[in-house]
Design a binder for this molecule. Structure first.
Ligand SMILES: Cc1cc2nc3c(=O)[nH]c(=O)nc-3n(C[C@H](O)[C@H](O)[C@H](O)COP(=O)(O)OP(=O)(O)OC[C@H]3O[C@@H](n4cnc5c(N)ncnc54)[C@H](O)[C@@H]3O)c2cc1C
Length: 448
């Protein structure tokens, strides 16, 4: 049997192991971190992610969703906390099933690793970091994180699921086999905890993703199963305001009291936690090609890391796994064909979601406050009700319609945006929109 190595037992690597084992392969999954099943439930910070339909479909097809569903908290919309206005709720979709779901990264990863390990064909090697790839003979050099000893592993095929800072990608670049571009955001992020209320329940409504949009920066909060929220502050690294100005408890308190006063009484350990937690960096990474012949493939963040503002990095990585699995179903172990077709199908979509994720940052921290945004959203929902075949709001296409590729969502979204823009120009209320013109425009531009 062919030997397959998956590098990285993160979200994509663990799901891919489940899928490859079902196809009859016996993958060796190599991960630099310890086995996530060994760490205690409470260990470390609780970091959560938004799971949406693309990810759910991939998990369902892999037969693991039943174990993940109990970990999910549905979020039906955004709860906006604007300065000096009472919070307002904006629904993500207009059907009851149109929700996204908050899930703990740690618990999700643990279930995926456990599901893969349930198949005796899958072998894991934890605490081993890949430091080098030799693409020609598909071999990698590993360092044992505990002893520092090195060893080599070779395979017929190596699939790099080693995340945004992929070592495998860097080795391909160093060997002149891949070109990469990295676009770093001048903004970083820091995670904080908003504890449960005294009665153990969530202190804010739990069926929403909370946003405190402030133009150049924002705070968001996603619910956890234990009644807490994980908050993330997105802020420029430097400037006023900027992370570089928030180096002590007084400046942190001053900043939060001014910008997000309603959160201060809810976070008693705010300054302490803020100063203890690291600042994360965000980049869009695009590279090409994603594979070297029939020997090496990059997948998930290793091939296309994106900024987190559409909540799609993991969903996209899961969709990658689903696509690769389907191509293996079609072409078997003709890896060159599988890898080349994988790139052809996925690259336009990876580029599209990378662009849309960057655009969504401006929407979340700024545009969402504009009354025209609410007007356009209401009109988009109305057009979707009248023309369900032809008009689906772009956010809904990305989050709730896995049958529409990211690339197609971006293409249709551009046209829809022009339609909405022209219909709402000089208009203040939904009743004022010219319905005849609206229907004619949708038929002319989107029904073709
Ligand atoms: C702040 C933030 C919020 C996000 N929110 C969302 C969200 O709401 N929804 C969403 O869909 N996505 C979100 N994402 C994106 C999501 O986290 C990633 O897209 C997803 O984790 C990609 O999965 P992956 O398996 O490709 O990489 P990872 O999950 O990063 O896994 C990579 C694995 O490889 C291992 N590894 C790395 N290097 C080596 C090496 N040299 N040797 C061995 N092992 C190695 C790592 O330890 C890790 O386990 C967010 C990202 C960030 C930063």
């Amino acid at each position: 049997m062919q030997k397959v190595i998956i590098l990285g037992a993160g979200l994509a690597g663990a799901l891919l192991a489940v899928l490859l084992a079902r196809r009859g392969y016996a993958p060796l999954v190599i991960e630099r971190r310890p086995d996530p099943r060994a760490s205690s439930e409470q260990a470390g910070r609780s970091i959560n992610l938004a799971l949406s339909d693309r990810g759910i479909v991939a998990l369902q097809e892999a037969g693991v969703f039943a174990r993940i569903e109990p970990l999910l908290i549905p979020m039906r919309g955004r709860q906006l906390h604007e300065a000096d206005i009472s919070p307002r709720f904006m629904s993500y979709g207009q059907r009851d099933e149109e929700r996204i779901h908050s899930v703990s990264r740690r618990l999700l990863n643990r279930v995926l690793v456990d599901s893969a390990a349930a198949n005796p064909a899958v072998k894991f090697l934890f605490d081993h970091r890949c430091v080098h790839l030799d693409p020609l003979d598909a071999s990698i050099t590993l360092v044992d994180e505990a002893s520092g000893e090195t060893r080599r592993e070779s395979a017929d095929v190596i699939i790099g699921c080693d995340g945004a800072g992929s070592r495998l990608r860097q080795c391909l670049v160093d060997a002149g086999l891949c070109e990469v571009s990295e676009e770093w955001l001048p903004h970083g992020y820091r995670e904080l905890t908003l504890p449960a209320a005294a009665d153990g329940r969530h202190a804010l409504r739990a069926d929403a993703l909370h946003i405190w949009p402030r133009g150049g920066h924002m705070l968001i909060a996603l619910p956890n199963l234990d009644g807490t929220f994980t908050c993330t502050l997105f802020l420029p690294h430097e400037g006023d305001p900027g992370f570089d100005r928030l180096g002590d408890a007084d400046s942190v308190h001053g900043f939060f009291s001014q910008e997000f006063p309603d959160t201060v009484p809810l976070m008693p350990a705010l300054a302490e936690e803020f100063l203890a937690n690291p600042v994360g960096h965000m980049a869009t990474v695009r590279c090409q090609p994603w594979h070297f012949r029939n020997r090496v493939l990059l997948l998930g963040d290793a091939a296309h890391a994106i900024v987190p503002f559409h909540g799609q990095g993991m969903n996209c990585a899961f969709e990658d796994c689903r696509e690769l699995d389907s191509l293996i179903g079609t072409h078997g172990s003709d890896w060159e064909k599988v890898f080349a077709e994988f790139q052809t199908v996925r690259l336009p979509s990876a580029n599209a979601i990378a662009d849309m994720a960057l655009e969504n940052y401006v929407e979340m921290r700024d545009t969402v406050r504009d009354p025209r945004f609410a007007l356009k959203k209401a009109l988009a929902f109305e057009l979707e009700r009248v023309f369900p075949e032809h008009f689906i709001p772009r956010y809904s296409m990305v989050m709730f319609h896995p049958e529409i590729s990211y690339a197609e969502a971006q293409r249709r979204g551009r046209i829809q945006d022009e339609v909405l823009e022209s219909l709402t120009r000089g208009v203040e209320r939904l009743e004022q929109v010219d319905r005849q013109q609206a229907h004619a425009l949708v038929r002319a531009r989107l029904a073709a």
